[in-house]
Structures are given as structure tokens and as C-alpha cells.
Design a protein around this ligand. Structure first.
Ligand SMILES: [Zn+2]
Length: 307
């Protein structure tokens, strides 16, 4: 039986469960201890979080969140740029959608055009901005990942150069953080949620089904500043596990326009569904990153939504 404490039952779906984690991760190319990050990731499953990585390596061109979710590759965060054995010592934050859904954080809702401030995730007053759209199940989440606290463990290259100028593995860290901007479609997440439900050709399948349906983007997509190409691969590098987004962060001076992002699956604009009266041709969310406070890490934005 699943353990119950203070009326809360651990383990998803009411089943008894346990987590088995090997002491080391060993593949053809890798050998390192399973540190805190993997324990945190697997505990996440017991709480009910979903994987956000492609563990069958079946989904070609699917916009992954990489290190920007504990349930993606975030369990491998490494703050020390010359030591692969530190991989996983500094696990990364959960994606903001699963934080909100599990009740870890409540978002600050943005329902009107105007100026708003995003505080760093590591700050005591940290916040997640939720910009609502005409579809109540579809919205944008913004978080500020300054490279402080656990965010020090964000690295950008599988193979890179460490601080001493030597070649290294899983090591070249980001030099500067900023805002990560996510597109959420709850309907898609709730229907499809887990990547393993593909039929081997990159087609997502609803819960319990084994035959293919229409392919589409996942419900949780980080719209990195670099962007994705029309196949959902990162524009700079992109191949699964060999690269991480070169510069995914929005900073002072940057401008995001949702209509510049195109679905990898359907090649339509980034909102997955357009409610009645909202045209794909005219809808746009514009976010201007207008100020950065170096002392606090706060980032100020201006939101302009055109329906
Ligand atoms: Zn997992």
C-alpha cells in the first residue's frame, strides 16, 4: 500500500510504489554516479510529475525543455565546469506548469496589457507570470532563471570548454541567465502527457491507445529565444543529447512575438487551438523585456496581447 501521511497519499494513482536507482549511470559514452538530481526526478514521479524527455529517442523533432525542467534533463544539473562526476549534483527547477499544477507555486495572473516584474526563481519573492489567452486552457508562463541558487547548474553544451580552457564533457555552463517563456496547452498535456506513448514514428498517442492519431506538439513547450526550426529542432544545434540551447534566455532589449513561433507538428502558429472569434492570422502576444535590475535580478516586461 502506498504510504499516507497527514491524509496525503504518496505515489501516483493510489498504487504502492518504489524507486530503484542504480549507483552509477553507465553507457557506451558515459560513466558517472547517480547524484541528487536523479533521486529528485524519481521522487517527482512518486508525487505525480510527468517525464518531459524522449527516453525512447523516437520523437524526431519534438521541442524538448532540456535542462529547464527536473523532469526533462534537469536532473543532470552540474555547477562545476570541469567535473562530469558532479553531473546531477545541482538538480534544476521543475517546469513552471508542473509546479503550479502540483500546488508548489501559484502563478501571478496577467489579464491586461501593461508592465510586470519577474523576480528570480532563487529569490524569496520569486514569481511565475501567467499570461492568459482567449482559450482558458492555453496560456504562457514566464519565469526568471538568473544563474543563482540551483540555476548555477545550467549548462549549455554536452561537449564544451571548461574555465581552464580544456575540452570537457557536460560542462560549459551558461554565462548569463534570463527569462524562460513557456507555452502551455492543458488539453494536450492531459490527453497525451507522456512521450512514451508514441508508436515509434514520432506520433503521439492518447492514454491507453496504441494506434496513431494526428501528430502535434506537447502541452508544455519552452519557447526558447533561439527558437526551433520547422521540425522542432533547436536552431543552433539541436540533436537530442548532443546539444542544449545556445542562448534560450530573454533579456533586456529582447522582444518576443508569439506569431514568430511555429508548431513543429502542424507548422501552424504557436497557439495550438484558436477559440471562436480569435484568428490565427491576427492573434499575437508581444512581450518586450524593458528593464533589468542588476542588484536584485528582477526583469521588467511590457505585455501587449492582440486578439
Ligand atoms: Zn522519469
Amino acid at each position: 500500500m502506498a504510504p499516507v501521511l497527514d491524509g496525503v497519499q504518496l505515489c501516483a494513482k493510489g498504487k504502492g510504489c518504489y524507486t530503484l536507482i542504480g549507483e552509477y549511470r553507465m553507457t557506451e559514452n558515459e560513466f558517472f554516479p547517480h547524484a541528487l538530481g536523479t533521486i529528485a526526478h524519481e521522487l517527482g514521479h512518486s508525487i505525480g510529475f510527468h517525464d518531459l524527455y524522449d527516453y525512447d529517442k523516437q520523437v524526431e523533432g519534438w521541442p524538448l525543455p532540456y535542462l529547464f525542467s527536473l523532469m526533462g534533463h534537469g536532473n543532470y544539473g552540474n555547477d562545476e565546469s570541469d567535473n562530469i562526476y558532479r553531473r546531477g549534483f545541482v538538480p534544476q527547477h521543475l517546469d513552471p506548469f508542473q509546479k503550479i499544477r502540483s500546488g508548489i507555486m501559484d502563478p501571478e495572473e496577467v489579464t491586461e496589457n501593461g508592465e510586470y516584474t519577474i523576480h528570480p526563481l532563487s529569490a524569496e519573492n520569486s514569481n511565475i507570470l501567467k499570461i492568459v489567452t482567449p482559450d482558458p486552457k492555453e496560456y504562457f508562463l514566464l519565469e526568471n532563471r538568473q544563474l543563482t541558487g540551483f540555476c548555477k547548474g545550467l549548462y549549455r553544451k554536452t561537449y564544451g570548454v571548461n574555465e581552464k580552457g580544456e575540452d570537457c564533457h557536460f560542462c560549459e555552463n551558461y554565462k548569463e541567465g534570463g527569462v524562460i517563456l513557456w507555452h502551455i496547452d492543458e488539453d494536450i498535456f492531459d490527453t497525451y502527457s507522456v512521450i512514451k506513448r508514441t508508436n515509434g514514428s514520432g506520433t503521439w498517442l492518447p492514454d491507453g491507445e496504441t494506434e496513431g492519431t494526428e501528430r502535434h506538439d506537447p502541452g508544455i513547450v519552452a519557447l526558447f529565444k533561439n527558437g526551433f526550426d520547422e521540425n522542432g529542432l533547436l536552431k543552433n544545434d539541436g540533436v537530442f543529447v548532443t546539444g542544449y540551447p545556445e542562448d534560450p534566455f530573454y533579456r533586456k532589449g529582447d522582444v518576443f512575438n508569439s506569431n514568430e513561433f511555429v508548431s513543429a507538428a502542424t507548422h501552424t502558429k504557436s497557439l495550438n487551438s484558436f477559440p471562436e472569434g480569435v484568428s490565427q492570422d491576427t492573434y499575437n502576444l508581444k512581450v518586450e523585456f524593458i528593464d533589468f535590475d542588476e542588484a536584485t535580478g528582477d526583469i521588467k516586461i511590457r505585455v501587449t496581447q492582440t486578439k
